[in-house]
Design a protein around this ligand. Structure first.
Ligand code: AMP
Ligand code: MG
Length: 324
């Protein structure tokens, strides 16, 4: 069983950094979700991350670094758009896909000639990066395809048997994965909506394109259709569709964006935001899915949210969770 240590304890950070430097895998908090980290320059350590997650080797990892200046060690062709986005959104939930340097093992990038890189906005993640002084390759700390963990306890439940140390940094404040933006072509392309709103990115670099689902699958495997999925069957209501009464005798759960006082008959109801706030809803999404999954339900109905700001990332994850 793994040790669970407070990420605010400098001794715990030092222990985690030493483990990483020795080629071990450590779970740590970021503002998006908890990550399963390894030294990005050590192929064996990275291979262990894939093994623990049961993650296919065609699915590249995001490389986390402590600051903007470090990016040039692992990526090339860092143009004005990249600098502008880094300056605006880092530390933060924006991952940039750039041309990779050859010092990064191919396993990290799944053989692609590009690298996905970001500076996370979590004090524990930043303290760990600074103490370890290595780039940390880290996917979400969950078995491949399942809902990402947003608390240290989630990680312990999912992977406690497989990692020596989990740093606890409290619940993740963003709660959905980073936005992935590719800058390898003239046209910036959003490969995955996430914690930074696309509108905010466009305000900095102008209009972006969206990868179509099939393109996204090839270029950004984290966008595989059935991803982030709980085990219970989910049905996403059509926008505007009234919330139906559940059939008698069935144990149906309800995942609501905001409170609906007159809805009755559901075995379990989860409300993502009391005042219909998309940012708050994103932060609560995965934990709510996890509770619904554990409630022994026959199915879960899901209220859609508006596809703007963080609503895009929420709907993206909900669609994947319902695609099976
Ligand atoms: P995760 O670590 O689970 O949040 O997922 C990381 C995701 O980032 C991958 O599954 C890809 O979708 C995306 N990604 C990572 N590296 C690259 C890359 N070099 N090119 C395109 N997308 C990438
Ligand atoms: Mg993941």
């Amino acid at each position: 069983m793994s040790q669970l240590l407070s990420g605010t304890d400098p001794q715990a950070i030092a222990t985690a950094a030493a483990l990483l430097r020795a080629g071990e895998v450590v779970a740590f908090p970021t503002e998006t979700v908890y990550g399963l980290g390894a030294d990005a320059l050590k192929e064996r350590a990275v291979a262990q991350v894939f093994a623990i997650k049961n993650r296919p080797h065609f699915d590249p990892l995001i490389v986390h670094v402590s600051d903007q200046d470090t990016v040039a060690l692992y990526a090339t062709d860092i143009d004005e758009r990249a600098v502008a986005l880094m300056t605006h959104f880092w530390p933060g939930p924006l991952t940039l896909v750039l041309r990779k340097r050859s010092n990064l093992p191919d396993l990290v990038t799944a053989g692609l000639d590009t690298v996905a890189i970001r500076v996370p906005a979590h004090p524990v993640a930043l303290a760990l990066l600074r103490a370890a002084q290595i780039p940390i390759a880290a996917p979400s700390a969950n078995p491949f395809g399942y809902v990402s963990p947003t608390t240290a306890l989630h990680v312990q439940e999912l992977l406690g048997h497989a990692v020596p140390l989990i740093l606890d940094g409290g619940p993740c404040t963003v709660g959905v994965e980073s936005t992935v933006c590719a800058l390898t072509e003239k046209q910036a392309v959003i490969l995955r909506p996430g914690g930074v709103a696309v509108e905010a990115i466009e305000a900095v670099i102008g209009p972006v394109a969206f990868a179509s689902p099939s393109q996204a699958d090839a270029r950004s495997p984290g966008t595989l259709l059935s991803h982030y999925a709980p085990h219970v069957r989910l049905r996403l209501l059509v926008p505007g569709e009234p919330i139906p009464c559940p059939a008698e005798g069935a144990r149906i759960g309800l995942l609501l964006f905001k409170p609906h006082p007159h809805v009755v008959g559901y075995a379990v109801t989860e409300v993502l935001s009391q005042d219909g706030n998309l940012t708050e809803a994103a932060a609560h999404l995965f934990a709510a899915l996890r509770r619904l999954d554990a409630a022994g339900l026959d199915a879960v109905l899901v209220e859609p949210v508006l596809e703007q700001g963080l609503g895009r990332a929420i709907m993206d994850r909900l669609r994947r969770a319902t695609a099976r």
